[in-house]
Design a protein around this ligand. Structure first.
Ligand code: OKP
Ligand code: ZN
Length: 340
């Protein structure tokens, strides 16, 4: 299987994360990529290649221009303030406020984000731009060769909205893969998000679209991040009514309760008859994941992939979460091996 990857995704360095009232080492760190790379490099069935070049404007298929410019410039602006410490927003517009983009960097940080657990560092832009190029290159090659392949994206992307970052995500790699498929001639594209967390960004980007079916299987947002999206009553709006589907599962979900839901999602995708598929994959559904509560085992990932591969359409898997470093390489390889 082809793996599109770029070492510069290692250079996004959040260092710290605000977690349960403590500033602690970030769960989402570059050890994750190293673990996945080591596992795939050791297996000769995977062929690694770098991403292609793309013009920056491709990002406007998904993201707002003001947001793109903000992300490109935020670190330089931060440095010019002469401030110490990590770039973390501390104020957001409430629902009562009619927000406009403020001039102050601290105001802009709140305007363009939705949580305080997602920090920006010197090379965040280079990393997230490389990560999106991995996703778009993979989609383009999956389309051309009519195969399933893997974009080793980092950090995650599926929480990123059109103009807001959060949930460790800045640019929505899965959404950009969808748009790449559409630009190459796909008429309908499906997204099956199997990260532990709801893919709120991808949902919101395509919410009113009838040509993109978004399905996410995740922990119930009543008790799990992102809390404010991922409910089952969210079914798409306008022309996209019915083209978004959420499966919200309880703490402790294991393969025996996860698998039937995968079956429902696959049936729905089959009916939709997509020309291509994007699978934002998180290994944070794993039993040992430090920030999650599902109970999937390493041996369950090939079974999950087996269901998905029945769809038989050009498919790009984008890497999302997964924070149990010791098992991450094995889990990703186990999942991908069933497609290879
Ligand atoms: C990203 B992906 C506070 C908890 C914040 C954010 C979870 C983002 C998960 N430290 N949790 O979907 O794996
Ligand atoms: Zn996740």
């Amino acid at each position: 299987m082809l793996v599109v990857c770029d070492s510069s995704v290692r250079n996004h360095d959040p260092r710290v994360e605000l977690h349960r009232g403590q500033v602690q080492p970030a769960y989402e760190n570059s050890d994750r990529v190293d673990a996945i790379m080591a596992a795939l490099e050791a297996d000769e069935t995977f062929e690694l290649r770098p991403p292609d070049e793309f013009p920056l404007e491709v990002l406007e298929r998904v993201h707002g221009l003001g947001y793109i410019e903000f992300l490109r410039n935020v670190y330089a602006e931060w440095q010019s303030l002469g401030v110490e410490g990590h770039i973390v927003p501390h104020v957001w517009p409430s629902r009562e406020m009619n927000a406009e983009v403020p001039d102050s960097l601290f105001g802009k940080l709140g305007y363009y984000s939705f949580d305080a657990a997602t920090t920006i560092s010197a090379h965040t832009w280079d990393a997230v731009w490389a990560s999106t190029r991995c996703a778009m290159t993979a989609a383009s090659l999956a389309w051309e060769r009519r195969v399933t392949n893997f974009a080793l994206c980092r950090p995650p992307g599926h929480h990123a909205e059109r103009s807001r970052y959060g949930g460790y995500s800045f640019l929505n790699t899965a959404a950009l893969a969808v748009e790449e498929f559409l630009s190459l001639g796909a008429k309908r594209v499906a997204v099956l998000d199997v990260d532990y967390h709801h893919g709120n960004g991808t949902q919101s980007i395509f919410y009113e679209r009838a040509d993109v079916l978004t399905i996410s299987i995740h922990a119930d947002p009543k008790v799990a991040y992102p809390y404010f999206a991922g409910y089952e009553h969210e079914r798409g709006g306008g022309a996209g009514e019915g083209a978004n589907l959420n499966f919200a599962l309880p703490d402790g979900t294991d393969w025996s309760s996860y698998e039937p839901v995968v079956g429902l999602a696959i049936a729905k995708i089959s009916q939709f008859q997509p020309d291509a598929l994007v699978v934002p994959f998180g290994a944070d559904t794993f039993d040992g994941d430090p920030i999650s509560t599902f109970r999937l085992k390493t041996a369950d990932y090939p079974k999950l992939a087996g269901h998905i591969s029945q769809l038989r359409v050009p498919t790009t898997v984008t890497m999302e979460g997964g924070y149990h470093i010791e098992s991450l390489g094995d889990n990703v390889r186990a999942f991908l091996s069933r497609f290879a």
